[in-house]
Design a protein around this ligand. Structure first.
Ligand code: HEC
Ligand code: HEC
Length: 297
């Protein structure tokens, strides 16, 4: 609601502008009514014979202007426009917004309502649920995890049944809801140049690659001191920290020694965004079921 000053300010400016337009139209229409030989001229002359003409607006054009004035008056009676006067229809943007939201919610309810009482198994078996899951995945997840969920360097494969943060329904829901931030620190300084090379050899050996046995066993000793806290004594990782299993041949950043070394020297901080505030609970549930289905576990 406008206070009474602004209320009248708006009314006077609005009505005043309309009246001014009306007056202008009639005033300019009159100017061309001059004496016989002066008809159609403003009386301005340059270079002796160059006259500025003042031909009146064609009648049909003039009427277009008149129609816009009539339109404005009718509009101001029906819709809000004159300060606090609500218009005879009582229309507001807020009401229209609410009505659109309500109809969108109702339309979604008819789609999502059916899935709400279903458990994970039932959702995974439901074709429509999985189709909607696939579309949601395409719109929200595929840019990082790939449209087939097979990931890319730095973005985990969700279709392989191997998990950084755990594959139970609760863990996947937690990943989607809250996001995940991996914290592998930079350890170059702690290990020294030789130490880094030895540890790289040990990681290669752990995952079944060929490595210099002497370097690897020196690396193992260092691993027990520096890496074990997160990756475990045996290098099998820790899902509570998102620390990958280093003994399999599944890699987030790549298996070659240069990638392994880069990660140890610079650290790694993979970031999975949280979707709690951007996707509705219904959608997140369907996505979790879709991911679970995709992983085949
Ligand atoms: C901006 C890129 C990005 C988007 C978008 C994204 N993710 Fe992720 N996601 C990641 C990264 C990076 C990781 C791995 C984090 C790490 O390094 O531990 C991850 C991890 C995950 C994991 C855990 C995998 C595991 O092995 O434990 C799941 C599950 C997952 N994402 C599902 C989703 C779903 C579902 C969506 C869509 C709603 C999504 N992600 C959207 C980047 C993304
Ligand atoms: C504080 C916990 C922590 C410590 C200590 C740690 N890491 Fe990690 N490491 C992680 C996490 C978490 C990731 C996953 C990073 C990501 O997802 O972006 C990771 C990732 C890796 C990777 C990449 C694996 C892949 O699949 O690409 C390698 C290799 C690795 N660490 C080796 C080591 C070595 C060797 C050490 C000791 C020198 C070490 N880490 C110490 C937590 C740790």
């Amino acid at each position: 609601m406008l206070n009474s000053f602004w209320n009248w300010f708006v009314i006077i400016i609005t009505v005043g502008s309309i009246l001014a337009c009306w007056w202008l139209l009639h005033w300019t229409k009159g100017v061309s009514d001059r004496s016989e030989d002066e008809v159609g001229s403003t009386g301005h002359v340059w270079d002796d014979d160059l006259k500025e003409l003042n031909t009146p607006l064609p009648r049909w054009w003039l009427h277009l202007f008149n129609i816009t004035i009539i339109f404005a008056l009718i509009y101001l009676v029906i819709f809000p426009g004159l300060g606090n006067f609500a218009g005879i229809k009582n229309w507001t943007q807020v009401d229209q917004y609410k009505a659109e939201i309500a109809s969108a919610t109702a339309a979604q309810e008819s789609v999502f309502g059916r899935f709400r009482d279903m458990d994970l198994e039932a959702l995974m078996a439901d074709q429509e649920a999985m189709e909607i899951g696939a579309r949601l995945f395409g719109n929200n997840c595929a840019m990082c995890h790939g449209s087939d969920g097979r990931g890319a360097k730095g973005f985990p494969n969700l279709a392989d049944g191997d998990w950084l943060w755990g594959g139970s329904h609760e863990q996947v829901m937690h990943t989607i809801n809250k996001g995940r931030i991996a914290a592998m620190p930079a350890l170059g300084a702690a290990l020294g140049e030789d130490g880094v090379r030895e540890v790289v050899a040990y990681v290669q050996q752990l995952s079944g690659q060929k490595a210099d046995p002497e370097m690897a066993s020196a690396g193992q000793a260092r691993f027990q001191m520096v890496c074990m806290a997160c990756h475990g004594v045996d290098g099998k990782g820790n899902q509570a920290l998102g620390a990958p299993n280093l003994t399999d041949d599944i890699w987030l950043y790549g298996s070659n020694p240069a990638e392994i070394e880069y990660g140890i020297l610079n650290g790694r901080n993979g970031l999975m965004p949280a979707f709690e505030n951007t996707l509705s609970e219904d959608r997140r549930n369907l996505l979790a079921a879709y991911v679970k289905n995709m992983s085949g576990s």
